[in-house]
Design a binder for this molecule. Sequence first.
Ligand SMILES: [Fe+2]
Length: 359
Amino acid sequence: MKHTKYISMENIKAGMVTAAPVYVRNEEGRHLMLVKQGTALTDLIIGRLYRYHVTLVAVFSDEPAAALPLSKIKPIISENLATEALGGLQDLFSVAAGSKVTTAHRAVRQLDDVVDQLVETVSHEAGGLVHISHLKSHDDYTYHHSLSVAVLSIAIGRTMRLKKCELRELGRAAIMHDIGKILVPTDILNKPGKLTDTEFEIIKEHSAKGAAYLKKEGIGNSAMWDAIYAHHEKMDGTGYPSGLKGGEIPFFARIITVADVYDAVTSYRPYRGPMSPSVAFELLMSNADRAFEYNVVKAFAKSVEFYPIGAVLSISNGRIGMVVDNVNALRPTLRMLDNGEIVNLVHSDNLHLMIEDAN
Ligand SMILES: [Fe+2]
């Protein structure tokens, strides 16, 4: 059985295979993936790791790690439920553009069932906090993103004291919020480079097109269509498609947009590394009332566990640690993987350290 082991640079050898991608920062401070997961290291790659001052690399090993096992994050939703959700989303996204409407309806029924279970799971979560760390995947971004947005939206809704029937309605809109992307040409949707203005305008049609599609097929109700239609509107009226302002934006859409942006910026994308949860939260807070509703952002902060126990983080001094305490939600305490030292990020000696990556 293969285990993941963090190896310091002096013990790295050619032939070792990376168990996680290695990210570095470029001059503009942006995260770049230097080495992909599953890469057999060569002397050339090792030289590059040295040049970028990488200190630890996760590699596969036949030996169990002597230190604590890595990333022992307790999942919020079971593997079965996640599989059911991802299957339903895959079905829905693959049929929506075609003509097999019955298949779409079947996928929607499966997703309805998933959302019911999500509402129950989130409602029973002790401590009231959810996290989406275990839903992060480098593959199938759209499906994982849709599921994460549903989990986060339901959690925010619960904090805002919505009734269970409202949470179900919110969850359904959230899990299908980007369904309109299936109606956007794939060459534009998956274009790796910068989009032209025209292409961006076409992508922006996905929210209105998604709502219209579901309405045409008789899937959902007007609350769902309105929420999906408006999930890119902003509080100051600069969003799309209608430039709605403040209270004109349906309440569910004001929740979904916060969940959507948080999950998008904390996810790995081929053209950029993920933002750390604390930086992502700063982004939400600093845009409260301009883009997002302040009360929703506040509820979001009360609903989410940013750094769950067992998460592995890299910090700005190049070291890597596992979260062992997160009473301070945005400044957790870590056990360092290289020497077992306990580092409390709220301690005055450590305030200069920033969390850079959360794996
Ligand atoms: Fe969207």
